[in-house]
Write a protein that binds this ligand. Structure first.
Ligand SMILES: C[S@@+](CC[C@H](N)C(=O)[O-])C[C@H]1O[C@@H](n2cnc3c(N)ncnc32)[C@H](O)[C@@H]1O
Length: 365
């Protein structure tokens, strides 16, 4: 689909501080009614500049985490409908040209994606990109770490919800804790410090391990990030399973002298250090204290949809636009329009639990 964009008058749209635009399907005779300055494309109506792009490379995963996806998997998108390597690189280039300075490759499990090293290398070469990150469950990292490092990956997040082998199997429905721990050690040895470790905390599942994770950071430069359990399609979220930030903080404060660290304006985690410890602990409080105000993130799903909010239903298919012949300028109009429609904040915990969204595994966190 090719789009022609027309400027609307200020009274036609809610966006403040920038010209509202509306996408109108059109023929091949493209006409563009406004100039794309970088700030215009990536800024929304609330003054937020989106400089961080998360690209999901694949929907599949080699784990079956209970909070993320059903045991039998999902109705996976057929391969021809996933973005090709060329399409991923084209989109990354386009966003980086507009001012995105951080790209994260995620999934599904991104290390399952054929060609991940080539994709990382191509994205890593884009002028203006400062951070190329990967979020992974770590299982395949020992095999691929050196090639990913050579390709330019300079930040790693490893997901790990428990330090106990039996519990690892209960949560992920697979074995593999020793491999993940090996990935952590190798990533640290390779210089990925601080190494971010994402831990989804659920009441009755692993909340009794907070102190073990914190203790882990005494001798290792690991930034553990405790994540509040979030609702997504098919993950049977229940408020009784949510272990809120304040309770985590209270529990840890009884054992450690936590000192708050000043976080950047777009930081998702509230970070604390423990005097004398090499690492830090942080809390991602999407449910009980949203951080939408400083949101600078955009997401592209493996099937090529742009999501401007993790919890929002609104999506626009950049894949369809590209396969319909859209020029870079036309893609930018679509992207700009989608960002312009981003809401001030997500719908709130109670509403999120009932609203339709994708399963987390097809968004990428
Ligand atoms: C969907 S995974 C994809 C990347 C990779 N497979 C991994 O395990 O890191 C990205 C992150 O989302 C987190 N996640 C998945 N479902 C979640 C949920 N319901 N609530 C909070 N975090 C969730 C995972 O723990 C992981 O850190």
């Amino acid at each position: 689909m090719i789009y022609e964009l027309k400027l609307l008058s200020e009274s036609d749209g809610p966006r403040a501080g920038r010209s509202p635009v509306r996408a109108v399907p059109a023929g091949f005779g493209l006409s563009y009614s406004r100039d794309h300055s970088k700030a215009q494309v990536l800024a929304d109506g609330f003054g937020r500049l989106h400089t961080y792009l998360r690209i999901s490379l694949v929907e599949h995963c080699n784990l079956r985490c209970r909070y993320c996806m059903p045991e039998e998997g999902l109705d996976w998108t057929p391969a021809p409908r996933l973005l090709t390597q060329e399409e991923i690189i084209r989109l990354a280039r386009l966003f980086v040209q507009q001012g995105v300075s951080k790209v994260r490759l995620t999934g599904g499990e991104p290390l399952l994606r054929e060609g991940i090293v080539e994709i990382a290398a191509a994205v890593g070469r884009l002028p203006g990109l400062r951070t190329l990150a990967i979020t992974t469950n770590g299982l395949l990292l020992p095999k691929k770490l050196s090639r990913l490092k050579a390709a330019g990956v300079n930040l790693l997040n490893i997901s790990l919800d428990t330090l106990r082998p039996d519990r690892f199997e209960a949560i992920t429905r697979r074995r593999g804790l020793p491999l993940v721990l090996r990935a952590v050690t190798q990533a640290l040895d390779a210089g990925y410090t601080p190494l971010k470790v994402n831990c989804v905390v659920m009441r009755g599942v692993n909340e009794d391990e907070l102190a073990d994770f914190a203790q882990w950071t005494q001798d290792l430069p690991i930034a553990v990030r405790f994540i509040e359990f979030m609702p997504f399609d098919g993950n049977q979220w229940d408020e009784s399973r949510l272990y809120p930030y304040q309770e985590m903080l209270d529990a840890l404060s009884r054992q450690f002298a936590l000192e708050r660290v000043a976080d950047g304006p777009s930081e998702t985690a509230k970070t604390y250090r423990i005097p004398g410890f090499k690492g830090t602990v942080g809390f991602i409080t999407s449910m009980t204290e949203n951080f939408c105000e400083g949101c600078n993130r955009l997401r592209i799903t493996a099937d090529g949809s742009l999501k401007v909010c993790l919890f929002g239903r609104a999506e626009v298919s950049l894949r369809d636009a590209m396969r319909g012949g859209a020029s870079d300028a036309a893609l930018l109009e679509i992207i700009s329009t989608a960002i312009g429609r981003k809401r001030a904040r997500h719908a709130g915990m109670q509403n999120l639990a009932t609203q339709v969204n994708r399963p987390m595994i097809t968004i990428g966190g």
